[in-house]
Design a protein around this ligand. Structure first.
Ligand code: CA
Length: 414
């Protein structure tokens, strides 16, 4: 349409993507979509009458929650109008409307796109669950008896979910001193990342009424990258019998762009078979996964040279998002617009496809060598962790942007 809308080759944001975010620019904060190196300010388009199905004020906000609450038919209508407008011809009315709403990405600051009400973290990679079981409970069966029958998860801390780029303060807590076998309090010595994909729910269910597994996709607004930062020494000491607590709750980073399910539709693939077959409420007519490629890069403190420490894929997760959402509501619990459900660490079957340092270094026993010559068992202060995800390649690439955070030194307060 115009030269400003040319999409750079390999961009995460071609017109087939149109992910949603919340951006601050020129003293205002509102809902935007990404295209190429620009964002489109939806409140400007709404004011010009582009979206008759959307109530006034939906996009003039610092959260997508109102839009997400409108439900799938409205999401589809807005996406379709945006595609028509952005892909259409160069007629003056069309060009003027788009020009008025376009802002260069370099001029905006991305904010957390949703007010996260509840946050659940699953544990749905069979490779990750097996490896962690082996490392945390050596000598016993790595998968507990329930694991193949239900998507194991826990409720996390929604108030500490932060957006891409937010610094991560090294947490302190209780951890066992291996020399004495006694607990001490202090900065974690085993700070880790966890590479995950999260889904965000839109219109929710009624209390007491489970979401059926074949309806689950209607409730899912879109997907984000998730780094579920973890303090392994705190986690190992505290996690039995009730599960993760302070070793996980200090921070969780998400990417700023929520990629709509419709943008990911061409990249659905059959999910791997399940054995044994789950109970009927977890048995959809078709089990589909998302063929998303993922990688994690560590840029060490004081260095400009990053090292990609893992490359993996999302397609072979044992439990699908539809099964996770059906299970999470199977007791009648509700979801609301903006709830975050993370997949659990995404690990593949090979040593270079593992989604956290705990697995990559076998709990610190085999340090990783980075490109700058330094080694890592766990993260050091000043390290930056950058996660990326995408489907397809070239001009058809649908990307998630980045999910990054830099580790800051621990608080000096006791
Ligand atoms: Ca996790």
């Amino acid at each position: 349409m115009t030269s400003r809308l040319e999409i750079p080759d390999g961009s995460d944001f071609p017109i087939q993507n149109l992910p949603y975010g919340v951006a601050e620019h020129h003293g205002r904060t509102g809902v935007v979509v990404a295209i190429g190196n620009h964002v489109v300010d939806l409140s400007v388009l709404a004011a010009a009458g582009t979206f008759p199905e959307v109530p006034p004020g939906t996009f003039d906000r610092d959260s997508l929650d109102r839009f997400m609450a409108l439900g799938r038919p409205v999401w589809k209508a807005v996406r379709s109008r945006l595609t028509d407008l952005l892909a259409g011809g160069d007629e003056p009315h069309r060009r003027n409307a788009v020009e008025a709403a376009l802002v260069p990405m370099t001029d905006v600051t991305m904010r957390l796109p949703i007010r996260i009400g509840d946050y659940v973290d699953f544990y749905s990679s069979i490779h990750h669950a097996t490896n962690v079981g082996r490392l945390f409970r050596p000598g016993s069966e790595p998968l507990l008896p329930n694991w193949r029958h239900l998507p194991v998860g826990y409720h996390g801390r929604s108030g500490t979910v932060v957006v891409d780029g937010t610094p991560i303060r090294r947490p302190s807590g209780q951890r066992l001193d291996p020399a004495t076998g006694e607990p001490t309090y202090g900065p974690t010595r085993a700070l880790d990342f966890e590479l995950e994909i999260g889904f965000i729910t839109g219109s929710g269910n009624v209390l007491g009424e489970p979401i059926q597994v074949d309806d689950a996709h209607r409730h899912i607004f879109g997907l984000v990258l998730v780094n579920d930062w973890s303090a392994r020494d705190l986690q190992a000491w505290e996690y039995q019998p009730l599960g993760p607590f302070l070793g996980k709750s200090f921070a969780t980073t998400i990417s700023p762009w929520i990629v709509p399910l419709d943008a990911l539709a061409p990249f659905r693939v059959p999910a791997p078979p399940q054995d044994p077959e789950p109970l009927p409420y977890l048995r959809p007519r078709r089990r589909l996964a998302f063929d998303i490629r993922l990688e994690v890069e560590i840029v060490p403190a004081g260095s400009s040279t990053g090292t990609v420490v893992t490359r993996t894929g999302f397609a072979d997760m044992y439990w699908t998002m539809d099964q996770q959402l059906a299970h999470a509501t199977s007791n009648g619990a509700t979801t609301r617009p903006g709830d975050l459900f993370a997949s659990g660490t995404v690990s593949g079957p090979t040593p270079d496809s593992l989604g956290c340092l705990l697995e990559l270094t076998e709990a610190g026993r085999r340090p990783l060598r980075l490109a700058d010559g330094t080694e890592r068992r766990y993260l050091r202060d000043g390290d930056t962790v950058i996660m990326r995800g995408w489907c397809g390649h070239g001009s058809a690439r649908i990307g998630f942007g980045s999910c990054r955070g830099t580790v800051e030194s621990a608080s000096t307060r006791p």
